[in-house]
Ligand binder design. Structure first.
Ligand code: FES
Length: 401
């Protein structure tokens, strides 16, 4: 701490110029400026203009890339196109273009700031001794004066073009980060038309179509993709989802199935090589709450399985169907342990007991996995005999159990 006089009255402080206050601040703080050199001590130095242009170019680039990012984000055709569909090439450029423009915008702004600092901020080496405790009035006033001094010596105040460009660049860089967040803000209670992914609310799924009077089969994901025909790819006649028969599963097996409404079926006796249902099938697979685990218990286990009260008729013999969406925070509970009949969620290790209506027996999940009522129709295919009777997933909002 310096032994310089510290008890200045408000009047004395108010009479001092900014330079005097700044100097006083450095002295009181025990700061010694060991070395200081202005970048352009001579007025109207052509090198200063060159440096200013150099910084300006980077800031203009930052603005151009940020505007390009916002334009692409708002107006580019981003809608999904599958293999063989027109516009696939344009669609596949959407994400790379966002990444490239956002990256170049932020990098250009960063380079502009670095070049500005290296070109215009005076070179200075200062040494300060440390002190403890809170700052008093003198320190606070002199700090403000020092900040003012920094602004003045940065010369940014008399460079309106660079000031404007830097400000615009900073605002646009902020938008580049904030805008994409807008895309994930959604009203979870706003319902749209009911479709293969539900109606947009958190308590409906593709299986809810059953409540609308549609017959919905349990669809197996075949992994089929577009096929080459006459020199181009087509999804005509390609069935991504097919119906499942009970005999398709071995005892002790588990398979993930998705809702397959009757009108989207293109297999077995209903197969037509000219029908194209591929896109609808993919929408079903991509429905965030659609995935269901179809489990065939071994016969001896099935006899001992304890049904949940009110859900005694939900299974079909040894076949049980449970939502795959973990009731903790919604990960896919994909690990079925055949020997113990337990389902493990890999995210936080919740375990659900299939022998007891998939109630949680370990980990953070507090609610049983919702069970889908299933049955077999006259043609021998498994179908949903009703919708879930509770919301799937964490269901913080509407849970009853
Ligand atoms: S999401 Fe399944 S345990 Fe956390």
């Amino acid at each position: 701490m310096s032994d310089k006089k510290r008890d200045y009255s408000k009047e004395e402080l108010s009479k001092m110029s900014n330079d005097e206050l700044a100097r006083l601040g450095t002295e009181l703080d025990g700061v010694t400026v060991a070395y200081r050199k202005e970048r352009f001590p001579v007025a109207n130095d052509p090198a200063e203009k060159r440096a200013s242009r150099h910084v300006g170019i980077w800031l203009v680039l930052a603005v151009v890339f940020a505007v390009a990012f916002i334009g692409i984000y708002l107006f580019y055709p981003w809608q999904y196109k599958h293999l063989g569909e027109e516009g696939l090439w344009t669609y596949s450029l959407y994400t790379p273009l966002l990444g490239v423009t956002a990256g170049l915008g932020i990098v250009s702004l960063g380079i502009g700031i670095i070049v500005y600092t290296k070109s215009f901020i005076p070179e200075e080496i200062s040494v300060q001794t440390r002190h403890d405790g809170p700052s008093d009035e003198v320190d606070r006033r002199t700090l403000v004066a020092l900040l003012n001094d920094s602004w003045k010596t940065s010369t940014l105040g008399r460079r309106p073009m660079l000031k404007g460009l830097a400000g615009t660049g900073a605002v646009l860089a902020g938008l580049v980060i904030a805008l994409p967040l807008g895309g994930i803000v959604k009203n979870p209670w706003k319902a749209k038309a009911m479709g293969i992914q539900g109606d947009g609310t958190l308590w409906t799924t593709g299986w809810t179509l059953v409540s609308e009077g549609q017959k919905v089969y349990l669809g197996r994901d075949t992994g089929a993709i577009a096929e080459m025909e006459n020199g181009h790819y087509t999804t005509e006649g390609v069935s991504r989802l097919t119906r499942v028969r009970p005999e398709d599963l071995d005892a002790g097996a588990m398979e993930t199935v998705f809702p397959l409404p009757e009108e989207m079926v293109n297999d077995g006796e209903l197969y037509s090589p000219k029908r194209n249902v591929y896109e609808e099938h993919m929408h079903s697979i991509h429905g965030s709450r659609n995935a269901v685990m179809l489990i065939r218990l071994r016969e001896a286990d099935a006899r001992k399985a304890v049904p949940r009260q009110g859900q005694e008729t939900f299974h079909y013999g040894e076949y049980f169907a449970y939502s795959k969406i973990c009731t903790h925070i919604g990960c896919p509970t994909s690990l079925y342990e055949q020997q113990t009949n337990r389902i493990l969620c890999p995210c936080h290790q919740s375990q659900f007991d299939v022998m007891q209506y998939c109630k949680p027996i370990f980990g953070p999940a507090a609610r049983a996995l919702p069970q889908l009522p299933i049955s077999v129709d006259e043609d021998g295919y498994l179908f949903a005999d009703g919708d879930f009777i509770e919301p799937v997933g964490p269901a913080f909002w509407e849970r009853r159990s």
